[in-house]
Design a protein. Structure first.
Length: 149
């Protein structure tokens, strides 16, 4: 074996070969992809939709985009698609879907939008609260709460 630094047997670290570990780390933090930088504008556009109550990370909280120092929950953008996970308000799901697609399409034209609804925010659809006898009710034919869709 050839002599390394200090005359000991081993490989010369200055020789060409695979890069060595640098304990000082890279000179600058890695830069986010251009598509990742659009996660926040996409999230803002989705939250502006009247049928969206909030964003969701999905069943196990896996849907999101990591940016330097923060995470945008509920939005994932790849080179081939956009995934959005939401908490919907009480409204027809087709209308919510159309709202979200119309809001996201101008930001990333040409990419398909996959929408997942993880929960429904019922708001005050369950009728009056106890102690509020003056609140209006909307009962269906069998005494249950009539939903607005």
């Amino acid at each position: 074996m050839p002599a390394g630094p200090g005359g000991r047997p081993g490989r010369d670290p200055t020789a060409d070969g695979p890069p060595r570990f640098d304990p000082t780390g890279p000179a600058a933090a890695p830069v986010a992809r251009d598509l990742d930088a659009l996660a926040e504008p996409v999230a803002a556009a989705v939250l502006a939709c009247p049928g969206v109550a909030g964003l969701s990370g999905g069943p196990y909280g896996t849907v999101g985009t990591y940016l330097p120092g923060r995470r945008v929950t509920g939005v994932q953008i790849t080179d081939h698609e956009i995934t959005v996970r939401i908490v919907a308000r009480l409204a027809p799901l087709r209308r919510i879907e159309a709202e979200v697609r119309a809001a996201v399409a101008p930001l990333l034209p040409g990419l398909p939008v996959h929408l997942g609804v993880d929960d429904i925010d019922a708001g005050d659809a369950h009728g009056p609260t106890i102690g509020n006898a003056d609140a209006p009710t909307s009962l269906g034919p069998h005494g249950g709460v009539r939903l607005p869709f």
